[in-house]
Design a protein. Sequence first.
Length: 596
Amino acid sequence: MTDSAKKLDSLRKAMLSRQLAALIIPSNDPHQSEYVGDHWKSREWISGFTGSAGVAVVTLETAGLWTDSRYFLQAAQELEGGEVTFYKQSVSGAPEHYDWIKTKLKSGDRLGIDGKLLSIETMRGLESAFAGTGIEIVTDFDPVAEAWLDRPLLPETPIFAHEANLAGRSCQEKLAEIRKEMQNLGANTHLVVTLDDIAWIFNLRGRDVEYNPVFYAFALIDLENAILFVEPAKVPDALKSELAKAGVAVQPYNGLSQALSKLNGSVLIDPGTVSVFIEKAFGAECKQIHAVAPSTAMKAKKDSVELGHIRRAMEKDGVALLRLVRWMENALKTGNLTEFAVGEQLASFRAEQAGYFGESFPAIAGYAGNGAIVHYRPAASGSATLQSEGVFLLDSGGQYRDGTTDITRTFALGAVPSGAAKAYTLVLKGHIGLAKAKFPAGTTGYQLDPLARMHLWSAGLNYGHGTGHGVGYFLNVHEGPQGIAPVASPRSRTALEPGMIISNEPGFYEPDRYGIRIENLVLVVEAESTRSGKFFAFETLSLFPIESTMIEWELLDRLELEWLKTYHAEVQRRLNPLLEPEEREWLAVQCAPYLR
């Protein structure tokens, strides 16, 4: 029996003991996180799929894994020959597995999902989807906990303060702003469960989740005080004293349910993040007010202090990437440069920069056909060796105490496959079109998305992922509420506002041949006010030259050429003071203005 088969056999025994005909295993943790600690990687444990998005379903006879187009190639590879069947989601996050479950279960069967992982909002959709089927939805236990005998423990790493000179606003100021919004909504208590919101509100950071400087905790805020539910041993005494000065008490992580049972009055919760397990813990006298957590919008709009630090982080990141590419140019000549080595070396160059904390996600270093795997992650052994030909895609980011970065460049290592240069140029045209957009207040990412795709569309081409995601400040590299996507999701329907940071990353992928993506982070800024109202624009934050050797220059118009020239001049202006003389000479060549 294979390892996968043994896991499924153990899980099915646990399911039988609970009379479950099927079990849904999502990717998230009890805080609805995209990236989770090892303890919560249940979907990865049962399926073998390591991507950050997807859902597994196990019945007593079969098992399936659903994920979106970003992971189609990765999932197919990781699940090949295993016990779990791979199913492609047509729309990212869509509950297409519900229909599959209906074909496997009958009236009277019990469908399980761990209530700690199931948000109130998702539960509503689940109940609606199975209404009238006679299938019972069970949420009060987790068979995975019984089957996964060597499950990792919750992390015990200490948390630490995000220094006052970096944070912009104090914890007290943020709590005061939240309490004002609580009062506007008629709430006297507010429960916060999302880890990045908690870290931001209390100006704290941690290492509980790889790549994201957050820690496992819940927060309960009333109109005068707050409780942080986190293991006390994780909080140094000096930090406890500082929190106490701000009116914040520390209680054990598992003490939340008891505290909720004693609440009365009105409590503000976000039904998209609070689980049904938590909802059941509220006392009978407690009135729920459902709304998005106020901190979500507050956190998304960076203030002037945060933005000043973020711009410096972009400069440091640009220097690290410059040194990496110069190193690559020499290492490529040896004939033994691997994808994995590129990612490791880039992390090393970033680590030389002041305030470096770690990578913001695992580097996507994809040579040739691997570049077409949108979230490809090279393995330490067996990753592809780069040659002096073809296309290399490098998508990476860093976590610094003063900012979070995410940048993608696509490099021609020599002669490139037919069609790659044209596709690259069309992607660049889309990137520039979005970067120089000016739009009225109230515009959403859904409305702007076509600017990044229109040139690809004109050639009958497209890409299967969103165009932009929000980015945190020394926090999650994927941050809501904003986004840019071709489907009207909650994030893409969020109006873009000044202070929001979002990625600009159109791409194109030719399976088994190459992948192309050009990504910078951009900041929403005020542009002008006219009789038609306020207009906003984007300031490009990322600082590194855009590869020019694949550009088909005749396809760029005058305004696109001017944007590229201006961007490269800004890259030089900002990075040159941080570089050695020979590095400045190299950068000057990369940023030289090209004319038709």
